[in-house]
Design a protein around this ligand. Structure first.
Ligand code: ARG
Ligand code: ZN
Ligand code: CA
Length: 241
């Protein structure tokens, strides 16, 4: 096996207000959440119901903060067209996406918490984008998305994970066998059991849409799908020497 996979992270903070120029402490709180969530060492893991306990995964992926780039901007919202990833558009260019996870923290607007690029896309836009009020677990954060799980979810996409409901009806797949089929996202904090498609939804999976306090796990199947992209010939094998 590949053992522990270490991902160096570059955080680009692009701010209009002083609130959006988030503190180093807020950035470090996000790195800590990623390390907890991808190693099943999050303190709320015991909230996973017995039905799904057996497939809780320690993905053995570690994140280290490599650099923080700060840039002030006159722009108050950025949308999702990747302008924040280009200095020619007032943003900040990606640092070597073959060896760094780039995270842009800027106000996306439109009620969007974050978005990600899947493996295999254009290098200059590779990475994830998170609005500052949903990044980290302390500082300028806003409930109910104040526990750093937006980055956990978006980094899941960056590592090739699909939404738990397969973005479709009950017959659409997330290409992971141990996550039950569903036909829709769950929101808020669903009570267990919540069933669609004749099986209980794994609503507490990081790849559903529930509140930060109500998502706690990746599954073994998701772990295998994430780690496969680091194997030789995989889309992110350049991170592993
Ligand atoms: N891309 C999703 C959105 O913007 C992220 C959802 C993350 N969920 C969360 N509980 N933090 O809606
Ligand atoms: Zn998503
Ligand atoms: Ca599945």
């Amino acid at each position: 096996g590949l053992g522990t996979i270490t991902i160096p992270v570059v955080v680009h903070v692009i701010y209009n207000s002083s609130d959006e120029n988030i503190s180093d402490a807020q950035i470090n709180s996000q790195i800590q959440v990623l390390n907890n969530d991808f190693n099943a060492s999050n303190s709320d893991i015991n909230q996973v119901p017995a039905e799904f306990e057996g497939v809780i995964a320690n993905s053995d992926i570690q994140f280290t903060l490599a650099d923080v780039i700060r840039k002030s901007s006159t722009r108050t919202s950025w949308g999702t067209n990747n302008d924040m990833k280009h200095s020619s558009e007032g943003g900040s260019d990606a640092i070597d996406p073959s060896t760094y996870l780039n995270i842009w923290v800027c106000n996306i607007g439109g009620g969007i918490l974050g978005y990600a690029q899947f493996p295999g896309g254009s290098p200059d836009t590779d990475g994830v984008v998170i609005s500052p009020q949903y990044f980290g677990s302390q500082g300028y954060v806003q409930a109910p998305f104040n526990k750093g799980r937006t980055a956990t979810h978006e980094v899941g996409h960056w590592l090739n994970l699909r939404h738990i409901w397969g973005d479709g009806r009950c017959n659409r797949d997330d290409f992971v066998a141990d996550t039950p089929t569903s036909d829709r996202p769950n929101y808020g904090c669903p009570s267990y059991p919540t069933a669609h498609c004749r099986s209980n939804d794994m609503t507490m999976n990081f790849m559903d849409y529930v509140d930060d306090a109500c998502m706690q796990m990746f599954s073994e199947g998701q772990k295998a799908r994430m780690r496969a992209i680091f194997a030789s010939g995989g889309a992110r094998d350049s991170f592993v020497q």
